[in-house]
Design a protein around this ligand. Structure first.
Ligand code: DAH
Length: 358
């Protein structure tokens, strides 16, 4: 029957147009619902003669089955589409490269400290570490620094609460206290050895091995601008023996600078200066003859011949022992080596800056 075929075709077309399950159920009602077209046709049979009722009923049933089949097919198709969409939305691209653990690297100042230790190590220097919270004695007094020295003032030194003259009461303003700490230990160790060997004659003539040490570390001063940070680094150097002179200082430091900057194109200048713990004292300046820094004298360290009072505070006889000391700034050396113009970059922790030194 033509009218039935039309209804089936209409239903199929309408189901195709439904894009969601809810849409589809609404459309279904137009055909199979209480007042849907098929239902209406069933009702319309009431007026037919009995013979026609049979054939009409069977035909309507076939049409209804065809519509139900189309409905179910569309239901499955929509459910499948929904599943596909969901899978797509939650898709994992397993071919994407994994999130890598970032590759770390040493801080530029650490690189410099490693270099300094390696170079001085090759010249027979030990490396010593000491406390950053220091006492007045080691930081100033033992280093021949007078009571009224300006460095002791609150303007330069961070004092901590609760300290006394001999107990830690300040943040060390330089690594120079390590001269005293290390020398005292060195002398003690030597004396113990001498006592231990007192009976083994000749084995130990009592000649103390030379003190040859560097002491790198953090230091603190009340200071902050593009070239000063309240926390900065220093590296102390000390060489004391019976026959160590300024000539050795000049040789050692020149050798160090040339190794550190990987250049023989540089000269050193020892500029007379003053430090309480050395006499005579000198600032060490370097000058490159080529490269971006050529022609400028750059200050890299303080130095001098260790003052007799300091030798005495090490527990040694200044009539017999003599030597030199120096204190340099690894931060400054790092800036010169890499062409960095603001010290604060080292301590800001900006990965973009730091990763350049990997
Ligand atoms: N401690 C000095 C400072 O912080 C640097 C220094 C100068 C260290 C001369 C020395 C030295 O060992 O001999 O400015």
């Amino acid at each position: 029957m033509n009218d039935l075929q039309t209804v089936v075709d209409d239903a199929r077309a309408a189901f195709e147009l439904a894009t969601t399950p809810a849409d589809l159920e609404n459309t279904k009602a137009q055909y199979l619902g209480k007042s849907g077209r098929i239902t209406e046709m069933m009702k319309g049979m009431a007026t037919l003669p009995v013979e026609q009722k049979k054939t009409r009923g069977a035909a309507i049933n076939l049409a209804k089955q065809a519509i139900e089949a189309a409905l179910n097919a569309r239901r499955l198709a929509l459910a499948d589409a929904e599943l596909q969409a969901q899978l797509q939305a939650e898709a994992l691209d397993v071919s994407l490269p994994g999130r890598q653990r970032g590759q770390g690297g040493l801080h530029p100042v650490s690189l410099t400290l490693e270099r300094i230790e390696a170079i001085f190590g090759s010249m027979g220097f030990e490396v010593a570490q000491g406390p950053e919270i220091e006492s007045d004695w080691f930081n100033f007094t033992a280093l021949n620094t007078p009571e009224d020295h300006p460095a002791r003032s609150m303007h330069d030194t961070f004092y901590v609460e609760g300290g006394t003259e001999t107990a830690p009461n300040l943040l060390r303003t330089h690594t120079s206290p390590m001269q005293i700490r290390h020398a005292v230990q060195h002398v003690k160790r030597h004396r113990r050895q001498v006592e231990g060997n007192a009976t083994a004659e000749g084995l130990f003539a009592g000649v103390m091995p030379e003190i040859r040490v560097i002491a790198p570390g953090r230091t603190y001063r009340v200071d902050s601008d593009a070239t000063h940070s309240p926390m900065f680094h220093q590296c102390e150097g000390l060489w004391v023996g019976e026959n160590v002179s300024f000539k050795d200082l000049k040789f050692v430091f020149t050798d160090f600078c040339r190794s550190f900057f990987e250049s023989n194109d540089l000269v050193l200048r020892f500029r007379p200066s003053f430090f309480p713990f050395t006499e005579p004292s000198a600032e060490i300046d370097i000058q490159f003859s080529s490269g971006p820094l050529a022609g400028n004298w750059l200050e890299v360290a303080g130095s001098g011949q260790v003052h007799p009072n300091v030798i005495r505070n090490m527990g040694l006889d200044p009539e017999r022992y003599i030597g030199f000391a120096f204190g340099m700034g690894p931060d400054r050396l790092t800036m010169l080596r890499y062409g960095v113009n603001d010290l604060r970059l080292f301590f800001d922790g900006d990965i973009r800056f730091l990763s350049q030194f990997r």
